[in-house]
Design a binder for this molecule. Structure first.
Ligand SMILES: [Zn+2]
Length: 245
């Protein structure tokens, strides 16, 4: 019997008991199933079938509120690794099937010997401050326009993180910043981002939302904060730590 995190895409199987949430299940070995060891002795596997009669599926994001950051991180890692495994079955160079190379934690092409490591996409996310106010923006995307958040964007190939911070801020809200400071990072496994969080001080410029990704942006002080992201996100952590909430 091994301990398993059982996923179905972005959902995880759990048992919701009054006193605790169970998200690790003991299952017999199944040699045909793709499994990945997430930490020592704990494996991840995809399944549509409930592991027990009372098991139910919840989104991995929800696990943060229900069972805390450690459970979220473990489930997130499981999702990220399984997503990589399922999307790296053939060599991108020669098209041959890949095999799992456990020593290298990679997929290997036995024909041309290329390794494919789990893919991680870095995203910079920055809280811009001006005196006791912070800049929050509302996105144009209907899925994300019910709250205000800090500025984020993907790092481009060959780009240092600090340059990505400045570029994203200029592109999305037309501002210049200075004193860019690293604060903390967080995995965001939907499907494979690494969020790198910064603070930056306002330097110059007028707020000019790009209208493409950002619909509105404005300065907010602690007393007048609008609806902000939930506790699971690094965006919220950046805001809370700035205001010491
Ligand atoms: Zn190949």
């Amino acid at each position: 019997m091994s301990q398993y995190i059982l996923l179905d895409g972005e959902e995880i199987w759990i048992e919701d008991h009054p006193a605790n949430i169970i998200y690790l299940f003991s299952l017999p070995e199944n040699p045909d199933a793709i499994k990945e060891e997430i930490i020592q002795g704990i494996y991840a596997r995809e399944t549509r079938k409930p592991p027990t009669a009372i098991a139910q599926k919840v989104n991995i994001r929800k696990l943060f509120e229900m069972a805390g950051p450690e459970a979220f991180n473990l489930a997130g890692k499981a999702h990220q690794i399984l997503f990589w495994r399922h999307t790296h079955q053939y060599c991108g160079k020669c098209g041959s099937p890949l095999i799992r190379d456990h020593a290298e934690h990679a997929m290997l092409c036995t024909a041309c010997k290329l390794f494919f490591y789990p893919r991680i996409n870095p995203v910079v996310i920055t809280l811009i401050h001006k005196g006791d106010a912070i800049l929050l923006a509302k996105r144009t995307d209907p899925g994300f326009n019910h709250f205000w958040s800090v500025i984020a964007g993907f790092v481009e190939a060959g780009e240092p993180l600090e340059e990505a911070v400045q570029r994203e801020i200029t592109e999305e809200v037309g501002l210049k910043v200075r004193n860019i400071r690293y604060i903390s990072s967080q995995q965001w496994p939907f499907p494979n981002n690494l969020m790198v969080g910064f603070y930056a001080e306002y330097d110059s410029g007028e707020i000019t939302p790009d209208g493409d990704e950002i619909a509105e942006a404005q300065w907010f002080t602690k007393d007048e904060l609008p609806r902000i992201p939930s506790k699971v996100s690094i965006a919220r952590h950046l805001i809370d730590s700035f205001f010491e909430m």
